[in-house]
Design a protein around this ligand. Structure first.
Ligand SMILES: Cc1cc2nc3c(=O)[nH]c(=O)nc-3n(C[C@H](O)[C@H](O)[C@H](O)COP(=O)(O)OP(=O)(O)OC[C@H]3O[C@@H](n4cnc5c(N)ncnc54)[C@H](O)[C@@H]3O)c2cc1C
Length: 443
């Protein structure tokens, strides 16, 4: 009996829609199962900074024009540490993608869904939740879904793709266990209007060990975020409104939040463990957060969702063209698994290590010092931060080598930068407040 689809994808967000779109365009029949019924639904807990490493995928999807037409901004980031500002200029010899995008998920998610729906051979099955993985002899053959009226249906496919996010149900059904690394920070963010940033770039403050950032979004909206170590969580939540706004006071070049208009609640994320799992096994592949959810602080998840969706679609499309036996398909999934690991594991380990809430290590201090003093180190740092350069690449080794020389050289000029306001006295815990915690908007 022939299957309903060549591929069934569970999850119609960035990763699932990218894989489905590209597979559909390659001539495959793809069913995309999404639990949310509304095609305009979107992920609310995201700060929307898409790293430049994903730009080639976004362009190949034909999404760049749509993002820009919808007001999405080409992004770059300037980073402050106490060693000074890192302001990459991206000289002529910078060979990597030069910008990513910022566009709020309320615009992006419907857009990727529309793109998938327009691809030949792709059918979006909204309002269906995958409740089981079907299979024979250990090889998945499809999924069972239930719709909003509680009607059940079995959907068969040659390959199942789990694009169902950080808490992947498909992973649970399949018994594919994640590797989990502790995350030691919590985060809060909010949106402001009329809060222009001093330059065209977004800003980040690495306050060692806390972080804050200001991201310029579409519609001239600015997103302000702070991620702090968990010892401050209960105090911070106790007077969230006051503590959130006070946090940004005194940060170098940070706009005064009082001059803008806050247009959202303060949204929070308290638990965000770093998880990764094997991205593929016979008949089953994981893309996006279902394969790897890394520390959100570095704005990597959306980009990796685009990229992993494209890598998988490429391997599967050629496997279907080259015979399409189970063995061909599984070999394609295995190539994808290896590529996923090669491209992303180094970044994942690096960001997970920093996510524990620790202070800068000696290599980071050297890199930040050098990148604040030296234009080539700043550009090298931009290549790493935008995830175009991997920690296991020679280019990264060359960056570290140059950074050691620059930071050891005399007269480079970077003085330790003082902080004022709430941050001037370091990170002493403020006195416990007797106020009750407000109703939490955090998940
Ligand atoms: C606080 C925070 C800030 C972040 N900021 C950034 C940032 O600035 N930049 C960045 O790149 N990344 C950021 N991320 C990460 C980013 O949001 C994710 O990496 C990205 O959404 C992953 O996309 P995805 O397509 O893999 O999964 P998701 O976007 O999570 O989508 C999963 C989809 O699967 C569906 N689904 C789940 N289970 C089922 C089921 N059983 N049946 C049917 N459908 C199902 C869901 O409804 C959903 O549509 C942030 C994350 C957090 C927590």
């Amino acid at each position: 009996m022939s299957a309903d689809y060549d591929v069934v994808v569970v999850g119609a967000s960035i990763a699932g829609c990218t894989a489905a779109t590209l597979l559909g365009r390659a001539g495959r029949r793809v069913g995309v199962v999404e639990q949310r019924p509304d095609p305009a639904a979107y992920k609310t807990i995201c700060t929307h900074f898409i790293q430049a490493s994903a730009t080639p995928t976004i362009e190949r999807l034909g999404l760049a024009e749509r993002i820009e037409a919808a007001g999405g901004v080409r992004n770059a980031v300037e980073l402050w540490t106490r060693f000074g500002w890192i302001r990459p200029q991206l000289g002529d010899d910078f060979v990597h993608p030069r910008y990513g995008y910022d566009i709020r998920r309320e615009k992006l998610d419907p857009m990727v869904r529309e793109l998938a729906a327009q691809a030949p051979g792709v059918e979006l099955l909204m309002g269906r939740t995958a409740t089981a993985l079907l299979g024979t002899n250990g090889r998945p053959t499809g999924v069972r879904v239930v719709d909003r009226e509680r009607r059940e249906r079995e959907i068969s496919a040659r390959v199942v793709v789990a694009a169902d996010g950080r808490d992947s149900q498909i992973a649970e059904f399949s018994g594919e266990k994640p590797r989990v690394m502790r995350h030691g920070r919590f985060g809060y963010f909010a949106y402001y209007r009329n809060l222009p940033l001093p330059t065209d770039s977004s800003l980040g403050w690495l306050l060692d060990p806390d972080l804050a950032y200001a991201f310029a979004q579409d519609d001239r909206i600015t997103l302000m975020a702070t991620f702090q170590t968990k010892d401050r969580e209960s105090w911070f939540k106790r007077d969230l409104e006051a503590n959130f706004e006070a946090y940004f006071r005194g940060l170098p070049d940070c706009p005064d939040l009082a001059t803008g208009e806050r247009i959202s609640k303060i949204l929070g994320k308290l638990e965000m463990p770093n998880t990764t799992r094997r991205a593929g096994r016979p008949g089953l592949a994981f893309v996006g957060d279902a394969a790897m959810s890394a520390d959100p602080v570095w704005g990597v998840g959306c980009g990796w969702a685009f990229q992993s969706g494209e890598w998988l679609a490429g391997e599967l499309a050629s496997a279907f063209n080259n015979g399409a036996s189970d063995a061909d398909l599984d070999a394609g999934i295995e190539r994808y698994r290896r590529r996923h690991r090669r491209e992303l594991l180094g970044h994942f380990l690096m960001t997970s290590d920093y996510s524990t809430g620790r202070r800068f290590n000696p290599i980071e201090r050297i890199l930040f010092t050098a990148a604040a003093r030296d234009a080539r180190c700043a550009d090298g740092f931009a290549g790493l931060g935008s995830r175009s350069v991997r920690p296991n690449d020679r280019e990264f080794a060359r960056l570290v080598g140059r950074a050691i020389k620059v930071s050891a050289s005399r007269g480079g000029g970077a003085q330790l930068q003082p902080l004022s306001g709430a941050h001037s006295e370091g990170r002493r815990l403020p006195p416990a407040s007797s106020r009750r915690a407000p109703r939490s908007t955090a998940s």
